[in-house]
Structures are given as C-alpha cells and as structure tokens.
Design a protein around this ligand. Structure first.
Ligand code: BEZ
Length: 388
C-alpha cells in the first residue's frame, strides 16, 4: 500500500514537472475591408494584433495563429465565409463582425456549430437578447446601450423635441428605438424620423432639410464609417447646426475619422463606450502602443474593441491551457480594466458591462478633441429574453 502511494506521488511530481498541455488556437477574423465600413475593419484588426502583442505573454506554451476574410457589410457573403473558416480552415474561435445585419445572419450557424464568436463591434441587440447563444460573447456594446443613456441626459438639458435619423437596418433602428424609449419616458417627444439606405446614400441634403422643417430642437442620429463622414460634412454645408443641434451615437465622430470631419464636428454631442481622452494607465498604454505601431494614428473605439477582443481571447486561453473544450466556457468569465475602463461579461446575456461616456467634440487649433460631460458607470442591458 505504502509502495503504491509513493509511486503515485512520484508520478504526480513527474506530471507537474512536464510543461502544461499546450495547443495552437486558430482565430478567424471576419471584418469589412471594403465597402461603407472598410475603415472600421482596419481599426479593429490593428487593435486585435496590438492586443495579441501586448497580452501574448499570458499565453504560456499555447500559440495563436490568425486567418482573415472580408465581410464587406454583406450578410450572405459573410455567412459563406464564416462557414469556410469553421469547416475548412478549422478555426477554434471567430472574431470581428462590424454590421448588425451580418451578426444576425451568422447567429444560427455559430450557435448550431458551437463555434465561439467574440464580437468586436456589431451591436445587434438580439444577439445578446432573444437570439443569444452560449457561444456568442460580445466585447464591444449593444446598440441600445449606446443611445438609451442619451434620452434622460438630453431631456435634462431642456430638450423637449427630437428628430431621429439613422441608416435603414438593424443597428439604425435599434439605436433610435432605444433613444426614443428613454427620451419619451423622460417627457420628450419625437416629432419625425428618417432612415436612409445604408449602402449608396450619397446625398443627405433632402433628409437634413426634412429634419430642419420638423421644427425639432435636436437631431439624434446614428451613422458610422464613410456614411458618418459624409453626413457630418453635409450637415455643416447646410448650416443646419444653428437651428437643429446635432447629437448621436458616438460613432458619428469616431476618433477613426473625426480628423477628416474637422471643424464640421465642432459642438456635436454624443455617447459612446470609449473616448481617446480617458486618463488611465491602461488607455495610455493602448494609445502609446497604437501610435507607435500605426504611423502616429489615434486609436478609436473600433481599435479598442479589437484590442480587448484579443485580451479576452488570450485570458480565456490562459485559463483553459491546451483544453479547447474548456476554452469555450472561459470566454464569458473574463474581466479586466482596459483602455475604456472596467469591463466584464454579463453571465446572463454574454454582453459586455461597461461605462458610457457622453462627450462634446471641440474644434481648436485645427484639431478635434472630446470633452467628457458625463460618465454613466457599469451600463448593463436587461436580459431581453436571453436564456443561456
Ligand atoms: C452595427 O451595425 O452594429 C454597427 C456598425 C457600425 C458602428 C456601430 C454599430
């Protein structure tokens, strides 16, 4: 008996001395590298690669390799590419996804194939609500969480009427509906709304004229990428800001392109989960690293989401070691302080819980900066029918 115990102890000691079981984790990056959201894809990928570099030391003996493909903002093409990555490239985890429409199209496939997906942009509320999945973890935001903080805040500034405008797809509708709900609950009234097509709208003039004619006290919007640049510039050309001040989901004046909007962005007030001016060591590390790696450019909320997606994946690998089945369950358990502040994943929905910042864009000395007017801490979505 004694001999057997000694032998068992010796075997355990030998096992402990062996390097921990390790694996190569293959990550499939699905992002728009062309079309209306192309610039966003580049920022997210840059952030992701920087995150792998900054946190890769936590991987132990495990390694990460990546494959990538272009989703444009095309749900059908994206689904085919996701299937190829899972079935043929044999990725262990998918990440990326910018458009809510693309996320909606991928949901059943990732759920059915039990492929973990770490969403680093698309805010589609359903993906962490009614159509949630244990395999989907969102590190970016939900659409409604971005705009619902603006309803009570704008009402408190004395604004009683608003006009809504956003592209005609899931993200635009969800962001505007969430604002409507909280603005009306705070006593505000929506006096009109318009939803131009996401793809191919070049001239926002007729929409801006209609909004002006409504007599609303404020214009609440969601536009992102190339559409945001065009919209803000045309709004300035119309001289609309004097009668109808512009508000929005903060993607309207993202750090990814606010320098292109320049003076046209001055005075726009918006809400978002990240502003580059956050004064913390984590944000300084991110911004310094981003500038050094990407020609002095400023890191945007898109780059932060890519960076945090890499951080989350690395932490889940570190927790699971070489056990890929365990890895799937570790993703939603991760929490850390990132560039945007504290971040954790809600176990009930797998959506991120994080701060929201309401900020005003200020143009001075040829440069736009964001002045934070309010911070809403620990914003968490209701469960919205999710059963995980
Ligand atoms: C979306 O489709 O969910 C989305 C796209 C760009 C910025 C924010 C959200």
């Amino acid at each position: 008996m004694m001999k057997r115990t000694v032998l068992a102890a010796a075997a355990a000691a030998m096992l402990a001395a062996l390097p921990a079981k390790a694996a190569d984790y293959k990550v499939g990056i699905l992002l728009p590298f062309s079309g209306v959201y192309a610039g966003l894809g580049a920022h997210i990928e840059n952030g992701f690669m920087l995150g792998l570099k900054d946190f890769g030391g936590e991987l132990g003996n495990n390694t990460v390799s990546v494959v990538r493909d272009d989703t444009e903002a095309d749900p059908g093409a994206s689904l085919a590419k996701a299937k190829k990555m899972v079935l043929s490239d044999k990725v262990d985890v998918l990440t990326g996804i910018v458009s809510s429409a693309v996320l909606g199209a991928l949901r059943d496939f990732v759920h059915g194939s039990k492929t973990p997906l770490v969403v680093s942009n698309a805010g589609n509320d359903d993906a962490t609500g009614e159509r949630c999945s244990p395999y989907i973890t969102r590190v970016s935001f939900s659409n409604s969480s971005i705009t619902r903080v603006m309803g009570p805040w704008m009402a408190k500034q004395g604004i009683k009427t608003a006009y809504l405008m956003a592209p005609d797809y899931a993200a635009g509708r969800q962001m505007m509906d969430a604002f409507r709900a909280t603005f009306e609950a705070a006593g505000g009234k929506i006096v009109g709304e318009a939803y131009p097509p996401l793809q191919g709208t070049k001239d926002y003039g007729p929409y801006i004229s209609q909004a002006k004619a409504s007599g609303a006290q404020a214009l609440m919007t969601f536009f992102a990428g190339g559409a945001a640049i065009s919209f803000v510039k045309q709004y300035k050309e119309f001289g609309a800001a004097k009668d109808l001040p512009l508000y929005g989901a903060g993607f309207l004046t993202s750090a990814a392109y606010v320098h292109v909007q320049g003076e046209a962005a001055d005075g726009i007030i918006a809400s978002l989960h990240y502003v580059p001016t956050i004064d913390t060591p984590e944000n300084k590390r991110f911004q310094d690293g981003y500038k050094a790696a990407y020609e002095g450019k400023l890191g945007s909320e898109f780059a932060v989401a890519g960076y945090d997606a890499a951080h989350l994946i690395v932490k889940a690998i570190a927790a699971a070691g070489g056990d890929k089945a365990k890895f799937k369950g570790e993703l939603a358990k991760v929490s850390f302080n990132g560039p945007r502040g504290p971040l954790r994943i809600d176990p009930a929905t797998h959506n991120v819980i994080q701060n929201m910042y309401i900020f005003r864009n200020e143009f001075a000395d040829g440069k736009v900066t964001q002045k934070v007017l309010a911070t809403i801490e620990g914003v968490q979505d209701p469960v919205n029918g999710c059963k995980i």
